[in-house]
Design a protein around this ligand. Structure first.
Ligand SMILES: [Fe+2]
Ligand SMILES: [Fe+2]
Length: 339
């Protein structure tokens, strides 16, 4: 009986460290190969379905061949605890016979929601038309296939928005959050400049990651970080669009500053509210992906809440039952369940 990622995680939570087997259909959203200390090759794969994702490993030499190109698999897994976390080992798999759209859906792409996000980006692109920033952006997407690849690209191999169309999802979040920040100031700002920053800051991800279903680093991605490739694409587009050096400098600055919240570009300060808004919004969006540590913390919190609900729900109504109320005679907030 096939199980979903959610069902497998739930079974693991109640298994108390006991190993069990599970079968399911998953998209292989990324795959890396490594050599163990004894020289044996093994594969680490991120498996995903509509309910979530987890990391699994395949050790058998026959099992790692072709898994990076399978797209989606029907897999049999051994699930157990290892170093305090869920460990999944692939015991057997077959290529799942699906259409490429189905593989993308399994990989986390909802076609309707995705189409709405693409429409948002197209509208923002249109709002830049007629400005020098619009010229640069149109030059970025002029090469046939670039826009299509952009719409399908992931935003990461692992950390955040690491799914088909993940880059589009990330940019809609960054653009929406950044515009809200800029609007909150009540002062004028350069909207096309900010939007150009949204489109450009991660454009180099088209160079650094393979396109779905299976997302991995390209040779370019292993040679240099995506923001370097973003500026490289910017330089080419500025050449095509005939953009002045001042525009090139502003755009390079906003790309660099979008990554300043981490470890780059700390030696200079972000110039202007547009660069500050982009950096803040990008930092927020890029942290939305859930790490294993966050998942653990959430589980621990859920357990605590469940314990409190079991013990504390009655206590919350004690004050009503024993007649204790606020001096005004109104039930307290705690008694009414507000907190
Ligand atoms: Fe980035
Ligand atoms: Fe970003």
């Amino acid at each position: 009986m096939p199980k979903t990622v959610e069902q497998i995680r739930a079974e693991y939570e109640v298994a108390g460290g006991r190993a069990f087997f599970a079968e399911g259909r998953f998209a292989v959203v990324n795959c890396t190969f490594k050599d163990s200390k004894n020289g044996n090759r093994f594969a680490t794969v991120e498996l995903r379905d509509g309910t979530g994702s987890f990391t699994a490993r395949a050790f058998d030499a026959a099992l790692i061949v072709g898994i990076d190109e399978a797209g989606a698999i029907d897999a049999r897994l051994k699930v157990e605890e290892f170093n305090g976390a869920m460990s999944c080992v692939i015991n057997a798999w077959d290529v799942a016979e699906l259409t490429s759209d189905d593989v993308l859906r399994l990989g986390g792409l909802d076609p309707e929601v995705h189409a709405q996000r693409v429409a948002t980006l197209e509208a923002w692109l249109g709002q830049c038309d007629g400005t020098v920033y619009g010229d640069v952006l149109r030059a970025c997407f002029a090469e046939p296939g670039t826009w299509e690849a952009f719409c399908m690209a992931p935003a990461a191999v692992r950390l955040h928005h690491a799914e088909p169309g993940g880059l589009v999802r990330h940019l809609v979040e960054v653009g929406s959050a950044g515009l809200a920040l800029l609007d909150s100031t009540g002062t004028d700002y350069d909207r096309p400049y900010f939007l150009a920053g949204v489109f450009l800051h991660d454009l180099g991800k088209l160079d650094t990651y393979t396109l779905p279903p299976t997302i991995s680093y390209t040779a370019q991605g292993l040679m240099g970080e995506h923001q370097i490739w973003s500026t490289f694409r910017l330089a080419k587009a500025c050449g095509v669009a005939g953009a002045p050096r001042s525009v090139e400098a502003r755009l390079l600055h906003i790309i660099e500053q979008a990554h300043g919240a981490y470890k780059h570009a700390e030696w200079q300060d972000a110039l202007g509210p547009e660069a500050k808004a982009l950096a803040a919004a990008d930092f927020f969006s890029s942290r939305l992906g859930e790490t294993e540590k966050e998942r653990k913390a959430q589980l621990a919190l859920d357990r605590l809440l469940a314990d409190e609900a079991a013990a504390g729900a009655a206590r919350g109504f004690d004050s009503l039952a024993d007649g204790s109320a606020s001096p005004s005679g109104e039930p307290t907030a705690q008694a009414t369940g507000l907190f």
